[in-house]
Ligand binder design. Structure first.
Ligand code: SF4
Length: 164
């Protein structure tokens, strides 16, 4: 059985972040070698350029650090990636923590001070509403040493060897 997993492109080393960099995570790359990957980046899918000013959520909207309201861009990019998932469904999504698009459970508070608040990124929220199990690279890292790999448990698909 081929397990298909959506993964934030920046975690796989793609230079798509606002600053033109990436955030490669070894454990996520290891996972990517063992599954069928759907690489996603909702912000570049929206048409926003690289590089671009950093963005944060505030009061239900998304703003660049220069004050531009990019809520519509973030919604459009997230929707495009969601449609890609619908065409080719995944068992799991591993998304970049804290991002205004991809963050799961915690995002920056909109003050550009590094403060985190409870919440999901725009894309992560859409996936959760769609019923997709969404985790971050932190989850994958945390389960690395375990034979009873939480990601495998989530998938329920016999991936217990991932953590060994
Ligand atoms: Fe990474 Fe997601 Fe931001 Fe794209 S939108 S750079 S995949 S965190």
């Amino acid at each position: 059985m081929t397990v298909r997993v959506a993964i934030s492109a920046c975690l796989l080393g793609a230079p798509v972040r606002y600053d033109g960099g990436s955030k490669p995570a070894d454990e996520v790359r290891e996972l990517a070698r063992k599954v069928d990957v759907l690489r996603v980046c909702p912000e570049t899918a929206s048409g926003l350029p690289v590089p671009r000013p950093p963005a944060e959520q505030r009061e239900g909207r998304v703003f660049l650090s220069d004050g531009r309201d990019v809520t519509g861009d973030f919604e459009r990019g997230a929707q495009r990636c969601l449609e890609a998932l619908r065409r080719s469904p995944v068992s799991l999504a591993v998304l970049k923590a804290k991002s205004p698009s991809c963050g799961v459970g915690l995002v920056y508070d909109g003050t550009y001070s590094g403060k985190l608040v409870p919440g999901d990124g725009v894309f992560a929220e859409k996936l959760e509403k769609e019923g997709v199990c969404v985790v971050t690279e932190d989850t994958v890292r945390a389960c690395k040493p375990s034979v009873e790999h939480p990601v495998a448990i989530v998938l329920g698909s016999g991936l217990g060897h991932l953590g060994s």
